[in-house]
Design a protein around this ligand. Structure first.
Ligand code: ZN
Length: 414
């Protein structure tokens, strides 16, 4: 049984999708999984294996196709601010860094925080991860004396002009970001060819609330699911059917259509290679089930009217199964019943979520996984507040229950 502190360590170790994949690979190796390279032939993909594609990873325990696959998918990315290609800028006597908003960011949540930078650098000898965990950046909020109606008319933020972090005084210095990132990565500034870099709140994740019932942390959406899926896969039996597959995808927050997102070839091609042939794959898919694991909206105590009145979701009341008639979530009755059975087998409660009918519903990787594999898919997740904030909130018991439910799902009958 994992401890919740392990999840907090995981989140704090993973400021970017690349760090999620690196950390997951480390966990998997320590648990006896061996890595395969997509560029190689795979004469035999049975056993406990994993493969990486940039900010995405697929891991599995497979012996035979007879009982199909039990697939758990989650995403490694979170909305944030990303460093531009030519970031060294400045105004009014400040050195600043140009950023772009990635995904549906709650921009206000990035104001007045102690921010670090992390990501990967492309160098002549391959990519190198880096992270800077001291408060090197801040996006200062405008004083109320200069924005008198902010509390009555709302905070309006332009992502181009209002979110530019400051990191020093003086004139802009071309090449400064590259040299700072190079030093953090342990390479020479002249080796930096390009980067995928982003900001993160350096405050550590904490157990919170009067009885320790909450977690306050960045990237709960969706590193909680990545962590729970990893725990479940590592605990899954190595040698008994069905085959357990965990896929952690990048780029969910921007629609999943990339070379390594949930809409990419990653999952279908890896499943085909695990199965050994297309002829073996298709019958196996017909016997498979998929869980798409992603954050769920807990009912907000200050805005209960924003929620569907007969589908209130509580923190601390177990995994949430998400339904949407228009297939923004992939769940159907068969998938709902299968995941409810997994929860029952694990001894945890579950809840049912439906979005208000008069507001557009979010989506996740479920519909992509379902449409690219043809496998019955159920969208589930841990209840949370402050979704897409730089610092989110969930329960301290729910992630543990979720890991148990995903573990039970890996052996549920088709
Ligand atoms: Zn998410």
């Amino acid at each position: 049984m994992p401890a919740i502190e392990g999840m907090l360590d995981f989140i704090d170790a993973c400021p970017t999708p690349f760090h999620v994949v690196e950390r997951a690979a480390g966990f998997l190796r320590a648990s006896g999984f061996t890595e395969l390279d997509e560029a190689d032939e795979w004469p035999d993909a049975t056993g406990s294996r994993f493969v990486r594609r940039d900010g995405s990873l697929v891991a599995w325990r497979h012996q035979a196709c007879d009982a199909g696959f039990r697939i758990v998918g989650a995403h490694t990315d979170s909305p944030n601010l990303r460093i531009t290609a030519q970031p060294d800028t400045g105004q009014a006597g400040y050195r600043q860094l140009g950023v772009e908003a990635y995904g549906s960011v709650l921009l206000n949540s990035w104001l007045d925080r102690d921010l670090g930078i992390a990501g990967r650098l492309a160098t002549p000898s391959g990519t190198r991860l880096f992270r800077i965990d001291h408060p090197i950046l801040r996006v200062p909020q405008l004083a109320i004396h200069l924005d008198r109606e902010v509390n009555t008319k709302g905070l309006l933020l332009n992502p181009q002009t209002h979110m530019v972090p400051v990191w020093g005084l003086g004139l802009r210095t071309p090449g400064e970001f590259a040299s700072v990132a190079a030093e953090a990565a342990g390479v020479g500034a002249d080796e930096v060819l390009a980067w995928d870099a982003m900001l993160h709140d350096i405050n550590p994740s904490v157990i919170a609330g009067i009885d320790g019932e909450f977690i306050h942390a960045p990237r709960i959406d969706n590193q909680v699911s990545c962590w729970a899926g990893l725990q479940a896969l590592i605990d899954a039996p190595a040698d008994s059917p069905p085959s357990a597959v965990l896929c952690l995808f990048d780029h969910e927050e921007v629609g999943s259509t990339s070379a390594q997102g949930a809409a990419s070839t990653l999952l279908p091609t890896v499943l085909e290679r695990i199965a050994g042939s297309r002829g073996a794959l298709h019958p196996a898919l017909a016997r498979s089930l998929c869980v798409s694991a992603d954050g769920a909206h807990a009912t907000h105590p200050n805005y209960p009217e924003r929620h569907e009145p007969d589908h209130h979701i509580a923190i601390g009341s177990g995994p949430v199964i998400k339904r949407n008639a228009n297939q923004r979530y992939a769940t159907d009755a068969v998938g709902e019943a299968a995941f409810a059975a997994a929860c029952e087998k694990a001894g945890v409660d579950h809840q049912l979520y439906v979005h208000r009918g008069d507001m557009p519903c979010g989506s996740t990787i479920g519909p992509f996984a379902a449409s690219s594999t043809g496998v019955t898919t159920v969208d589930v997740g841990v209840a949370q507040l402050s979704m897409h904030s730089a610092r989110e909130m969930c329960g301290s018991q729910d992630p543990l229950d979720f890991a148990l439910a995903l573990g039970a799902f890996f052996s549920v009958a088709g």
